[in-house]
Design a protein around this ligand. Structure first.
Ligand code: URA
Length: 434
């Protein structure tokens, strides 16, 4: 078999069979196919597309390019949750202790990744002493004992995807639906939970800018997951403004703790409950959406989710006092208030601009080597639909460097759009796909 012929076939819009896709991915993993041929094929896929059968075969080949985790030593139905990424997305910090408090095992392997703020691992490092460098044995023990553990991604999961993604990034081939769906799902299938719940974000601060694209991606991923034998569902959620009020690592942890105390912002809690319902149903702990939600609500009302979060932080070496005294979490020394100048209603908060402001402050990573400042970020005081008057504070910028603070301030000002008329409510949960 020759890679040249495979590229030619796809260039002509022909179907690639399983053997051809495996040949491509195996060659990619063991380095026998050069980058230029891999890239040429991906560009042909961008123009000609792939059908669902090809996309499934690509996903499975990438899953099998590295280690597939064996979670059989963890008792119970393992449910994995994945978000396509958004601004102010602290959903996992709230949801994981809630479902763990219900006895559903949360065994999470996470990388640090790049982004506007840190990932879940970075955020958890706001707790002094917290470590995700757990030996595998301890990881399994913790999940079985307290139902929740998170570990830095030490295993070699889906290495072919790593290679393809790096090439897509520099050859303008990231935004192809089958390539995105197979990339995400190959890693989820290698992580090998029994069920997968996907949070597919849509809007200005999301990977998928339109609802239509987000639905198409979600449908493709749900189909792949189910075809690979994992019960999979997806919730399409709004990312046309940041989720909740806090953007930035320690600010988001504080907001998550507030949520676990019963004071979570409405939009954040809507997303938490929508995803939580899918997780509880997948774990067979309830038969209806209402029953699943009632179980989740109880974990907040009885503070069992809050206590679970503290137990989890301590089990991984963190200072659990912060969970009960979040005022101990680090905050930037410089605080600039962004004042409103217009009469009207907030019609939009461009999530992407707020994310960039966080990145400028040092709250996220530009390269893998970047150091994150956990104490910086933006706290919004007004959200979409709020009435505002001149002089109102729209947001506070938390920083440790005045130059960066001023630059971020400018981004926050640009992010807010004010209109004269009251603003129509936009639902946070767009659709659930099962
Ligand atoms: N996230 C991924 O893991 N892969 C993609 O292709 C896009 C987003």
């Amino acid at each position: 078999m020759r890679m040249y012929d495979i590229i030619t076939k796809k260039k002509r819009g022909e179907h690639l069979n399983e053997e051809e896709i495996r040949f491509w991915i195996d060659g990619c993993t063991n380095g026998t196919i050069p980058d230029y041929q891999i890239s040429a094929l991906m560009m042909a896929i961008c123009f000609q597309g792939m059908d669902r059968g090809e996309t499934l075969n690509l996903t499975l080949a990438m899953r099998d390019s590295g280690k597939v985790l064996d979670l059989s030593r963890i008792q119970g139905v393992k449910v994995d949750k994945h978000s396509t990424g958004g601004v102010g997305d602290k959903t996992s910090l709230v949801l994981a202790p809630m479902v763990a408090a219900l006895g559903i095992p949360v065994a999470k392997m996470s990388g640090r990744g790049l982004g506007y703020t840190g990932g879940t691992i970075d955020k958890l490092e706001c707790f002094p002493g917290f470590s995700t460098a757990l030996p595998v044995e301890k990881f399994y023990q913790n999940v079985n004992r307290i139902k929740m553990a998170i570990m830095g991604q030490s295993e070699n999961l889906a290495p072919a995807d790593k290679k393809l993604y790096a090439l897509r990034d520099v050859t303008a081939t990231v935004d192809q639906l089958s390539l995105i769906a197979s990339s995400i799902m190959s890693k989820k299938l290698a992580a090998n939970a029994d069920a997968i719940v996907l949070d597919v974000k849509t809007g200005n601060g999301a990977f998928m800018k339109t609802e239509e694209d987000a639905i198409a991606l979600a449908e493709e991923m749900v189909w792949i997951g189910n075809s690979a034998g994992k019960q999979t569902s997806a919730v399409i959620t709004d990312m046309d403004q940041p989720l909740g009020y806090a953007v930035g690592n320690s600010l988001e942890v504080k907001e998550a703790i507030l949520a676990l105390n019963g004071f979570g912002p409405d939009d954040l809690m809507e997303v938490v409950y929508a995803l939580g319902i899918e997780m509880v149903l997948s774990a067979d702990m309830a038969k209806t959406d209402d029953d699943a939600k009632a179980l989740l609500v109880q974990t907040i009302q009885t503070k069992t989710a809050l206590d679970k979060f503290a137990e989890f932080a301590e089990a991984q070496g963190g200072d659990q006092r912060m969970v009960y005294q979040p005022e101990r979490l680090p905050v930037g020394k410089i605080q600039l208030q962004v004042q409103n100048t217009q009469e009207g209603y907030v019609s939009r908060i461009m999530a992407e601009e707020i994310g960039l402001a966080s990145l400028i402050l040092g709250g996220g990573r530009i390269t893998k080597e970047s150091e994150i400042d956990l104490s910086v970020g933006i706290l919004l005081h007004k959200k979409r639909g709020d009435q505002v008057h001149p002089g109102d504070v729209l947001a506070t910028v938390y920083a440790n460097d005045m130059e960066k603070a001023k630059e971020a301030y400018g981004k926050v000002v640009c992010a807010y759009q004010i209109q004269n008329q009251p603003v129509q409510h936009i639902p946070v949960i767009k659709r659930v796909i099962r």
